[in-house]
Design a protein around this ligand. Structure first.
Ligand code: ATP
Length: 140
């Protein structure tokens, strides 16, 4: 089965959305293989989002992602990468509230930046991101 990386971002933890998000995960047929709550430092946030380092929103994104603890999970099911992206909804949470009202970002996100959850955008990203936090590949 396929694995993907999910993160409940600081606003998701702070807003006490963890149990609702986990319920949505389990109700959708994912298994939570691993989880850990950690406080990212600047280096970790910058490394994780390295692909966005040239973007204008990068420093704001790093500040957001280090503003409190995050809950990082490895999820597994058939088609996990695409199905988790579908479940979380569009990047902009304010759009999600209109176009995907049952998505997780509609439930707990606020804005384009503060969108409460992360999901790997491809199988390759999932492998990199799982190894980044858990020191192993998603294909084992
Ligand atoms: P994620 O990678 O967190 O699942 P995503 O793939 O939907 O989100 P990306 O384009 O990879 O979105 O952007 C990574 C994160 O950077 C977004 O989740 C959001 O928090 C933030 N972000 C993206 N675009 C902007 C923007 N234009 N302004 C501010 N923040 C942004």
């Amino acid at each position: 089965k396929e694995k993907t990386l999910a993160i409940i971002k600081p606003d998701g933890l702070y807003g006490n959305y963890t149990e609702n998000i986990k319920k949505a995960i389990l109700d959708s047929g994912f298994t939570i293989l691993k989880e850990m709550t950690i406080q990212l430092d600047d280096d970790a946030a910058m490394g994780f989002y390295a692909e966005h380092s040239s973007k204008g929103f990068f420093s704001s994104l790093v500040k957001y992602m280090t503003s409190g603890p995050v809950l990082i999970m490895v999820l597994e099911k058939e088609n996990a990468v695409a199905d988790w992206r579908t479940l979380i909804g569009p990047t902009d949470a304010s759009t999600a509230k209109i176009t995907h009202p049952h998505s997780i970002r509609a439930m707990c996100g606020m804005t384009l930046e503060k969108n409460c959850v992360h999901g790997s955008d491809s199988f390759q990203s999932a492998e990199r991101e799982i190894a980044f936090f858990f020191d192993e590949k998603s294909s084992d």
